[in-house]
Design a protein around this ligand. Structure first.
Ligand SMILES: Cc1cc2nc3c(=O)[nH]c(=O)nc-3n(C[C@H](O)[C@H](O)[C@H](O)COP(=O)(O)O)c2cc1C
Length: 449
């Protein structure tokens, strides 16, 4: 199998695995494209390449990493190795610096549009959710540079199209990108940034991680070689050389504009934000580029932001209190607020200790369900079975009222104060012995159909 090094080589890998679906019929950019992509992801089909999206001549790709199998494909490992592979990639000792290449080696430098030739409305930017405020770039990776140390940085920032050369740029106050912007703003200077679209999924995964170093080092660790980067055409930022499309520009100081609402990670629509404005200085692209999008508030958003970056730390926390942990998962349907831990317990109190450890692994985690080794943590129906048949609600749960969570948790107050819950859903034969669970092992049905 040839190695994944850009979006196109990943599409080949997805197609070989039956996880890429080419949609050849015309699909509207407004709502229809996101509805089709979300349905494919939800029903286990995987990703979609829309060959005729709206009026655009460029195809649109959606759903790069929407389920555990695709995470394994993107990371080039087995399904049961995803957490360990991410753990290795996140260890700064394994990080690999990006590798600068000459400008003529950057695929996206084939076409560089500046000045009056820039028109964002020519790009196939979808309006995803029914109540989104308009078309948003959601699958672009923001590439920036720390103005003090000079190190590079990756992040995701939703961007609403406000005009032919202007985007609303959403950035929370505690992000690195915001720190860089505020530093520049204090000196009345703009922050130069670039948006890279259509990428090797290693870069997409790295961009969802928080690091004090350049997140491109994480992508380098995933691939075992430094990511090739090249100088921007109009900005002083080192940009992944194999991107399909690059939008360059600057965030001028002290300028704000309303943007939103957009489907958020918790499953509701967000509010209008007064966000920095992104003034575009160049649109660069390969010949016949592929535009990439992420359906906001759905599986991929959660996988990249809450599942892959956080499972390794969760594993460290629960292994610290128990060597009997046999698996764990932060399920995308729990939008990063839930954790599932599987253990082969050796003490009746162990599941509760494990739950306590899990809820401190990340501030967002508020519900921890601990199950036994015979429950499939990747199957919500099996987890629900364990909750129904193995939990005595007066004895097997504990709550932690007044704990800190995410301020956008719909059950929390405005400062994110909420109640956490730990649930021991393991089998307790000492209370009542039910013997073995009914099992009908999986067979390859294609041999019978
Ligand atoms: C799909 C996706 C969309 C995101 N959108 C935003 C956003 O609009 N604004 C924001 O501040 N963070 C957003 N995030 C979270 C940050 O991009 C992410 O936490 C990143 O690690 C922050 O990097 P930084 O601290 O290096 O800037 C998003 C994350 C994902 C996975």
């Amino acid at each position: 199998m040839s190695p994944i090094h850009d979006l196109r080589s990943y599409l080949t890998r997805l197609e070989q695995a039956g996880k890429l679906h080419r949609i050849t019929q015309p699909v509207a950019l407004k709502h229809e494209l996101a509805n089709v992509a979300a349905t494919l992801a939800r029903q286990g089909y995987g990703a979609a390449l829309f060959e005729r999206a709206g009026e655009a001549v460029w195809p649109v790709f959606a759903g790069a990493v929407v389920d555990p199998e695709m995470a394994a494909l993107a990371l080039n490992c087995n399904l049961n190795e995803v957490t360990a592979t991410m753990g290795r990639a996140l260890d700064p000792a394994n990080g690999l610096d990006p590798a600068p290449v000459a400008t003529d080696e950057a695929a996206w430098r084939a076409n560089i549009l500046t000045g009056d030739d820039i028109d964002l409305r020519a790009l196939p930017i979808p309006t995803h959710g029914q109540h989104d405020g308009g078309p948003f770039i959601t699958g672009g990776v923001t590439v920036s540079r720390d103005p003090i140390s000079g190190r590079g940085n990756l992040s995701y920032n939703r961007m609403q199209v406000l005009g032919p050369r202007t985007l609303g740029f959403n950035v929370n106050e505690w992000r690195d990108t915001m720190q860089f912007y505020q530093h520049q703003q204090a000196q009345d200077k703009p922050l130069e940034i670039a948006i890279a679209i259509g990428l090797d999924p290693a870069i997409m995964i790295a961009a969802g991680c928080r690091s004090d170093e350049d997140e491109l080092r994480i992508a380098g660790a995933i691939r075992g070689r430094g990511v090739p980067v090249c100088q921007g055409a109009t900005v002083e930022v080192m940009i992944p050389a194999q991107a399909e499309i690059v939008i360059e520009g600057r965030l001028p100081p002290h300028k704000r504009h309303a943007e939103g609402p957009l489907a958020e990670f918790h499953g509701y629509y967000g509010e209008l934000w007064q966000s920095p404005v992104f003034e575009v200085t160049a649109i660069c692209h390969r010949d016949q580029p592929i535009y990439q999008t992420i359906v906001p508030g759905a599986e991929e958003h959660i996988y990249l932001g809450n599942v892959l970056p956080r499972e390794p730390l969760l594993l460290r926390f629960v292994r610290h209190v128990s060597h009997n942990v046999t698996g764990l998962h932060i399920p995308p349907y729990g939008n990063g607020f839930s954790a599932l831990v599987q253990i082969e317990k050796s003490n009746p109190g162990e599941p509760k200790n494990v739950a306590l450890a899990a809820m401190t692994a990340h501030v967002n985690i508020k519900k921890v369900i601990v199950v036994g080794p015979d429950v499939n943590i990747y199957d919500p129906a099996d987890v629900l079975w364990a909750l129904t048949n193995r939990v005595d609600w007066s004895r097997d749960i504990f709550t932690v009222p007044g704990a800190q969570g995410h301020e956008m948790d719909p059950t929390a107050d405005a400062r994110g104060v909420h109640t956490k819950i730990g649930i021991d859903a393991t089998y307790k034969p000492e209370r009542r012995d039910y013997g073995e669970r009914i099992r009908y092992p999986d067979v390859d049905v294609s041999a019978y159909l």
